[in-house]
Design a protein around this ligand. Structure first.
Ligand SMILES: NC(=O)c1ccc[n+]([C@@H]2O[C@H](COP(=O)([O-])OP(=O)(O)OC[C@H]3O[C@@H](n4cnc5c(N)ncnc54)[C@H](O)[C@@H]3O)[C@@H](O)[C@H]2O)c1
Length: 320
């Protein structure tokens, strides 16, 4: 957003933990003024230091030009009413507990301007369970990010049955202005889209490991050197559309029966057996010691930054 003025739309982010502080970067990076609130003063202060450090890292990967300007757009606020009082959009990022979300949304509905959108970052609690009986239910919805949202742009917008479609459209536009890639889940479903897809892959990966078909490492390599390469720039439907000469319907005619058979074998749900998880844990720890997890997480984030920079450099393709 160019040319900031006093009338600049203000975003309020409520909860300054891992996800809230990341959202603050997303909106501030796009030029929005952001007010960041947390019930814990220490968390608020820690978030400011973390944002300064993370924006400097993003600048090193050419993902933002001016980290100081991003930090300056983020204001800390220890009073909830003041934090949301002039917001056009509120992004809630408090712990994943229904009672906390319910109490907070009731307060947000009282304190935020009547036309402000109230969006929850919840990973899996559908909005109807904590917004359905509010006076302002029509402006409430889920906007579920992927961690870390300043590197992974997907946001799943999931309205409750009481949400006004206009609120969904405004949220989509605002998230696009913020540089994210929103998708709309048409009606409430546990896990939204991403975690349902991830769950299908994880359940099958555990099944293959448990039944002894391959090591954990080779299952990971199947993604890393196989499916994952395409999946970083296209989804499963576009993949199969391009994998048969006549497109998706041709692919379905050739390979649909195979997948139907596999689907029948995969239909039987299995619990995540403690013994299987222990074996997986043991195999992972052979490859990565427990005390090296933090360093490897930092490595993952650097790889994601390099990938984001690469995708940005290919920006003529980015909407495809
Ligand atoms: N961590 C992830 O990978 C991830 C990804 C997507 C979505 N989410 C969702 O984002 C939300 C936040 O998760 P997180 O990982 O940032 O948690 P977190 O524990 O890191 O942060 C939560 C913050 O909320 C604050 N808080 C608690 N009660 C509050 C209240 N009533 N008002 C204001 N602040 C309050 C805490 O002090 C803390 O700083 C959850 O709903 C989670 O499911 C998390």
């Amino acid at each position: 957003m160019a040319g900031e003025t006093e009338a600049e739309p203000r975003i309020a982010v409520v909860g300054a933990g891992l996800i809230g502080r990341s959202w603050a970067i997303v909106f501030a990076r796009a030029g929005f003024k952001v007010t960041l609130f947390d019930a814990d003063a220490q968390a608020l202060k820690a978030a400011k230091d973390w944002i300064a450090e993370t924006t400097r890292a993003l600048a090193r990967y050419t993902l933002i030009p001016d980290p100081d300007a991003v930090c300056e757009r983020v204001t800390l606020q220890d009073d909830l009413a003041a934090a949301v009082g002039d917001a056009v959009y509120v992004q809630e990022c408090v712990p994943e507990e229904l009672s906390i979300k319910r109490t907070l949304f009731a307060a947000l509905d009282r304190l935020a301007p009547a036309d402000a959108i109230l969006a929850s970052s919840t990973s899996g609690i559908v909005a109807s369970t904590f917004t359905g009986d509010l006076a302002g239910a029509a402006r409430c919805l889920v906007a579920h990010p992927v961690n870390p949202p300043y590197l992974v742009p997907l946001v799943e917008i999931c309205p409750a049955p009481t949400t006004d479609p206009e609120a969904v459209a405004r949220t989509r536009t605002l998230l696009e202005q913020a540089g994210q890639a929103p998708v709309v889940v048409r009606r409430e479903v546990r896990g939204f889209l991403l975690n349902r897809l991830q769950g299908a892959v994880l359940n099958e990966a555990l099944r293959l490991f448990e039944d002894g078909y391959a090591s954990a490492e080779d299952i990971d390599r199947t993604m890393k050197y196989g499916l994952g390469l395409r999946w970083s720039f296209m989804g499963p439907f576009e993949t199969i559309d391009l994998n048969a000469p006549g497109g998706l319907a041709d692919y379905a005619a050739r390979y649909g029966p195979l997948y139907e058979t596999l689907g029948q074998e995969q239909a039987d749900p299995r619990p995540w057996q403690h013994s299987t998880v222990q074996q997986l844990e043991a195999e992972r720890r052979q490859h990565l010691a427990g005390d090296a997890l933090t360093a490897r997480q930092a490595w993952r984030d650097r790889r994601l930054m390099a990938l984001a920079a690469h995708k940005q450099a290919q920006s003529d393709d980015s909407s495809n």
